[in-house]
Design a protein around this ligand. Sequence first.
Ligand SMILES: [Fe+2]
Ligand SMILES: [Fe+2]
Length: 186
Amino acid sequence: MDAQARLIHLLKLAHAGEKAAAYAYAGHWRSVKRPPERERIRLMEQEELAHRACLHRMLTDFGEKPDRGRERLMTVIGRVAGAGCFVTGWYGPMYGAGRIEHRNVWEYVHAATFARECGHAELVEELLTMAEVEWDHEHYFRTQVEGHWLRKILRPWPSLPPRTDLRIPEALNALAAGRRVAPPHA
Ligand SMILES: [Fe+2]
Ligand SMILES: [Fe+2]
């Protein structure tokens, strides 16, 4: 598969994934009681929908359409996750969301790398901005989880590199290759 085919594949995965995320957060923010938590997660729901619109435009520009089967699957997963937030307690949804957001950062980092490789530099900025927003989401959930006693039983996932690394081409290349290097100015 060449870089453009990989990019389109990732755009389709992300487009469907954002739908699941938006449905999940729609349930999540309604299930928590503290106003700051409700507001932050509700904002995430809106940010995921904005990402979805952006991805849809990118796919359309490539003459592509979302993967209908994947969209249906993610609709079910998102709705189940959103409903589950009302019965699983506080920690589980915070933990699960953080793990998924962690993966989302990598998804957009890889997409940005493929976009650059296949000569679509104009997409890199938007994809990296989405990676940064996912980084913020992951950071929020990590902070929540690390402040809870259950972290000793269900430990937090591996940490992400610093947010600023997403803007450094050398670091970005290493990240996309699954490695981690110090940024050149460090
Ligand atoms: Fe997103
Ligand atoms: Fe997110």
